[in-house]
Structure formats: C-alpha cells, structure tokens
Design a binder for this molecule. Structure first.
Ligand SMILES: *Cc1c(COP(=O)(O)O)cnc(C)c1O
Length: 368
C-alpha cells in the first residue's frame, strides 16, 4: 500500500524547539489572560502581517462573532455561501439574518455586481471571504459600503500573509478575522485573531473576548471567553519562524500542479494574480464533467481509493444546510455560480511537506 497523501498536514516544528518555551512558561506560572507570550505573539504578528492592531483569540470563529458584537451589527448582513460554515454561523449566533449573494467564478469570491440588489433597509454590513486566499474586489466593496453606509467585515481565514501591491489584504474592511487552526497555512493548533485599525477598537475587542471586563469591577459588554493561552501563543511564535519556508514549499507544489494540469481538458484551476503575493493555502481544481469525461465525484472517489485524500471545499454550499436552506436568498436560482463551483471543486493535497513524487502521484491520477 502506498503512503497516504492528505489534503493538508499541519506545520509542526521539531519538538526540541518547543521545550524551552514550555520551560519558561512553567517558570513564569502565568498560563493565560494576556501573558508574556500572548503579548509577544501579538507584536510579532503585527510585524509579520504589516498591520497596526491585532487581538488574539482561541479560534477563528470567535473573532467573527465578536467583530459583529463590537460593531453592534444587527438585522441583515450580505455574505457568500461559498465558504466554511463558520462564516454564516457567526451571523446566526448574533441573531443576524444572512443574505447570500452569488460568487464570481473567476475567483470564487462574492460578486460585487450582485451586492446592491441584495441591500434592504435592514442591511447593516457585508461579510465577504477571501476564499482560498484570493483577494476580494476590495475597492468595489468599499465603494458600495461607503455609498450605503454599511460596515465590512472580511473573513480572512484563508488570507494569512496575502498581500496586494505590497499591502496586507487583511487591512481591508472595518475589521478582518484570521484562523490559526491546525489545517491552515499558519497555525497555533487552535487559534485565531481579529484585526482592526485603531487602539480604541482593539481595547473594546480585548474587553469583549474577556467577558466584557474593563477592570476588576466594570463589565462594559456581554462579552465571552475568547482568550488564547500562553502555550499556544508560544507555539505560534515558534511556527511563525517557519511559515515563510512553508509558503515557499507550497508555491513549488502549485507550480508543479499547474505545469501538469494545464494540458488536461476539463480541469480548470486558478493562476497567480499580478501584483498579489499569494500564500498557496489551497489548490482547488474545477472538473467540467463533459470535457473531462468523468464526474467530479468519480474523480474524487478514484483519488480516495488510491490513498490520495483531496477535499471538496466548499461542497455542499452553506446555503444548503438545514439552518439556512429556507432563506429566500439560499436557492440555486439566486446562486447559480456558487452551486456550479461547489459541484465541480476538488481541493488537491497542498502543504509544505509534499514531495515532488507525491505531487506526481496526484497528477497521474487526474491525468489518465
Ligand atoms: C477555518 C475557517 C474558519 C474558522 O476557523 P476556526 O479556527 O476553525 O474556528 C472561518 N472561516 C473560514 C473561511 C475558515 O476556513
């Protein structure tokens, strides 16, 4: 039996590298609540990501929920069905009605041409996703949000380190969120962050993630416990030193895939975008059954049988899940491009530890 190739593999530095951090934490006897490593990681991430303010969280879902709380978003929020389910769940947990708009098949991101028609008197914000780390049409979305007086919160869970014309894409919008889950390009095992643009907002977010405590006796909001602990903050400092090398290895995998897949009829994939520094977080392909001669699911099964585990991100669409399928905006007629992409996608194995021969094995399964 050949070795199993998984869609991702967590970035885990050698254990010896982590031991000194643990010894230091044991000495300090400070395990959570804005400790030494928590502060160090916030500083290091601001430097690395070229952003002024970040607030760490214990996962990537709570910053979405807390961003909506911090800005007091209510009513309806325009979002994309083509994402991980946490994006829409965050709205639901705030009692907000998600309004889905279709995607642009060239990027997988929310189609800005579809946003205005979805705005109602109850709309208060737009929540787009930089899906697969591909930057949204930030300018168009800003123009629309400015015109209608809407807030914008980007779910930037896939966009760690992505830059456009030298600027971090997570600077776009009123706030942006990150996920540092084990499966992401950069991980703290579980973890996440909320990015904002001024010190007052960061202060408010820091209160909200700690039950709303502003001091020993004052609670300013119905906050939650979203704090990241010292052990995972230290883990994050350690993995941050390895992330550039990991992204470079991913880039080589993307180059190898593209060179081989370009000749296969019915297989579409994304190219790098001019001026964008990509993070190669995912490598989605889109199977056109007629041209390729086999369905997406048949190819997916064939790969699985050969020990190559791709994933159908993002199938099924969020709009098909029981909580959301009754919404007016959830139907296939409103979201034709999103349904089509969800029906065609396979994310191929993509991580820092894939060898050339691993990638060759994946390619050969698609080729014949
Ligand atoms: C991973 C992910 C999240 C949630 O992050 P967790 O850290 O797993 O809570 C949210 N949105 C998107 C688009 C994601 O891919």
């Amino acid at each position: 039996m050949e070795k199993i190739i998984t869609v991702t593999s967590p970035l885990i530095p050698p254990l010896e590298e982590f031991t000194p951090y643990l010894e230091d934490i044991w000495k300090r006897k400070w395990l959570t609540n804005n400790g030494h490593y928590h502060q160090e990681l916030e500083k290091a991430l601001c430097d690395y990501l070229k952003i002024p303010f970040i607030s760490l969280f214990t996962n990537g879902t709570l910053p979405l929920i807390c961003a909506l709380q911090a800005m007091r978003i209510t009513g309806e929020v325009i979002t994309t069905p083509y994402s991980f389910v946490a994006t829409t769940h965050a709205l639901w947990w705030n009692g907000i009605k998600p309004v889905f708009v279709d995607i642009d098949p060239r990027t997988g991101n929310m189609d800005p041409d579809k946003i205005e028609a979805a705005i109602t008197p109850k709309t208060t914000a737009i929540m787009p996703v930089h899906v697969y780390g591909q930057p949204c049409d930030i300018e168009r979305i800003k123009q629309i949000s400015d015109t209608y007086g809407l807030k914008v919160i980007y779910d930037a869970a896939h966009a760690f380190g992505v830059e456009r014309n030298g600027n971090s894409v997570i600077m776009a919008g009123d706030m942006a969120t990150l996920s540092f889950h084990a499966t992401k390009v950069y991980n703290t095992i579980e973890g996440g962050a909320l990015v904002c643009h001024d010190a007052e907002t960061k202060q408010r977010i820091d209160y909200i993630k700690n039950f709303g405590f502003a001091n020993e006796t004052t609670v300013v909001a119905p906050g939650i416990n979203g704090k990241m602990d010292e052990v995972r903050s230290a883990y994050g400092l350690m993995t941050l030193k390895h992330v550039d090398k990991a992204i470079e290895a991913r880039k080589q995998v993307a180059i190898q895939y593209r060179a081989a897949l370009v000749d296969i009829p019915g297989i579409r994939f994304f190219e790098d975008i001019q001026g964008v520094k990509h993070n190669y977080s995912y490598f989605p392909i889109f199977v056109n059954e007629k041209q390729y001669g086999m369905s997406r699911d048949a190819l997916y099964e064939k790969m699985n049988c050969a020990g190559v585990y791709g994933r159908r991100y993002f199938y099924p669409l969020i709009s098909t899940f029981s909580t959301y399928r009754g919404l007016d905006s959830a139907g296939r007629d409103n979201l034709p491009e999103a349904y089509k992409m969800a029906d065609q996608v396979i994310c191929l194995p993509m991580h820092h530890a894939l060898t050339e021969s691993d990638v060759e094995r994946v390619i050969n399964l698609i080729r014949n």
